[in-house]
Write a protein that binds this ligand. Structure first.
Ligand code: AMP
Length: 216
């Protein structure tokens, strides 16, 4: 099974994709997490990506496609979080899956209004080691500054600082919103209003997946 989770920065894709991967056994593929791990390891891709990420810009399509290509046919099934983020990426995903004779089973759009997104992003922190996200208002780590999962340091992401957030919203509207239009034009997209507690959103997403709103 392959599911694409779409939504603006701050919609809760990462939080929910982790939980859904745990509950379904699918592999969580987050291009943001993959890039942050490249940055942390100081690889060539990480050095290149950091410049774009810190300012809220997108990393070039060719680098993203090369990074994710080998993972999309994972036999456990994949939950795509943060990819595709441009039309070029969406078309390249279609092509790669066609080639492997694999369908996208579902596209789910998580929508949240802009005020709520900005509020969420400005209270978001993340574990530097395992990338578990927290929200200081509604879902803080049990011990301040320490990850519940791995005891790593919990920090503010550079791209959650106000200037970068503003730019990420702009980039989303310009480059990523057309991906939603692209899927809506060609297939059914399951719409989930991703407001409320993380548990409530998780319940809505689980229902959408169980009911299998088709990708046809
Ligand atoms: P995320 O954790 O998904 O919010 O991603 C954090 C940052 O990583 C984004 O603001 C981009 O700079 C970069 N990034 C993640 N996924 C992609 C992608 N599919 N295409 C281009 N850049 C990406």
């Amino acid at each position: 099974m392959r599911i694409v989770l779409l939504g603006p920065p701050g919609a809760g894709k990462g939080t929910q994709a982790r939980r859904l991967a745990e509950s379904t056994g699918m592999t969580h593929l987050s291009t943001g997490d993959m890039l942050r791990s490249e940055v942390a390891s100081g690889t060539e891709l990480g050095l290149l990506a950091k410049k774009f990420m810190d300012s809220g810009e997108l990393v070039p399509d060719s680098d993203i496609i090369a990074m994710i290509q080998q993972h999309i046919a994972d036999p456990e099934g994949v939950l795509l979080d943060g990819f595709p983020r441009t039309l070029v990426q969406a078309k390249s995903l279609d092509k790669a899956l066609d080639h492997a004779n694999l369908p996208i089973d579902q596209v789910i759009h998580m929508s949240v209004n802009t005020d709520e997104l900005i509020r969420r992003l400005s209270s978001r922190v993340v574990c530097k080691e395992c990338q578990t996200p927290y929200n200081l208002e509604v879902d803080p780590p049990v011990k301040s500054g320490v990850c519940d999962q791995c005891a790593g340091d919990v920090i503010v992401r550079d791209d959650d600082r106000p200037d970068a957030v503003k730019n990420r919203m702009k980039v989303y509207e310009e480059l990523t919103a057309p991906v939603l239009d692209y899927y809506q034009l060609h297939r059914n997209v399951a719409e989930v209003i991703a407001t409320g507690t993380p548990d409530a959103v998780f319940a809505k997403l689980s229902t959408a997946i169980r009911s299998g709103a088709p990708f046809n």
